[in-house]
Design a protein around this ligand. Sequence first.
Ligand code: UT7
Length: 330
Amino acid sequence: MKIQAAITAVGGYVPKDILTNFDLEKMVDTTDEWIRARTGIHERHILEKGKASSDMAAEAVKIMLEKRGISPLDIDVIILGTVTGDYIFPATANVLADKIGAKNAWGFDVSAACSGFLFSLETGSRFIQSGAYKKVVVIGVDKMSAIIDYTDRNTCIIFGDGAGCVLLEPNEEGYGICDSILKVDGSGREWLYQPAGGSLLPPSEETIRNKQHFVHQEGKTVFKFAVTNMADVSYEIMQRNNLTADDVNWLVPHQANLRIIDATAERMGLDKSKVLVNIHRYGNTTSGTLPLCLFDFEKQFKKGDNLIFSTFGGGFTWGSIYVKWAYDPA
Ligand code: UT7
């Protein structure tokens, strides 16, 4: 049988400090009721000053390695999805390798906003399939609080900080990543992006004065594209793999807005009991949402379960991956 990349362990981490909707009521013109009704979010976690994305990623990976019973020296490759790396360069994968002692690994970052983990997972899967690597760590992490304007009620209510990760290993029994449909449409970039800090608009007094280093989002437009595209691609991957709603055990959706998740599940014909949701606890952690879902709900998965991962994010980027789960809960 052909080599597939199986997820053999998961890890996750959110910082201890919590920012509730009630805290936000004191910071901007909003209410707990509005935020819950329009997004499903109750609270989010915020990383303390002086710490970075690599610190959250390191905690998540340590938990995962311990669960799998392997050493950081066993890791071949680290692929890390983020838009809030510790630095513009070097890559956060490098910093992480140093922090956890992954001395035999090489790696790199993937920039795909909310699809960062999904795009990294597909990349890692191909590395395993090639036969060249046996242990690939795939991470999704974002410290969104570093680029959010806490006077802008359009964005500050949605985002939070967090990290999650999976270990990929070869499997020749049909378990693992079975199919993927991934898309980008750069013409949507101005609806959700960080305008300054790159080579187009390097940091200047003017960019700081204009608040161009913060996330800029036209929520309504992004919402429309997200609802349509995330639902379409999730339905498409079911059809392509001859999966009915009964065959799908779990939908692992990007956690940006509960209404987008509900629309996707509805299009797939899935009962709510199969849809993994933790947005109320973490908000939108960008690259962190999918692996944090896996981490929170891992105990419910059984070997052979069919999982559909789906995302939509800035860029625009979106997609869906079909995974046959490879192990029973410990
Ligand atoms: O993860 C990457 C992709 N990102 C997403 O998928 C996010 C997609 N967008 C969304 O989730 C939603 O658009 C938001 C949650 C950002 C906004 O929800 P919405 O239902 O689209 O609200 P809206 O922007 O259409 O605003 C509706 C009303 C407006 O008032 P009027 O004009 O009807 O009087 C806004 O001014 O709600 C007002 N509003 C708020 N009120 C209280 C906007 N933000 C807030 C707020 N608190 N935080």
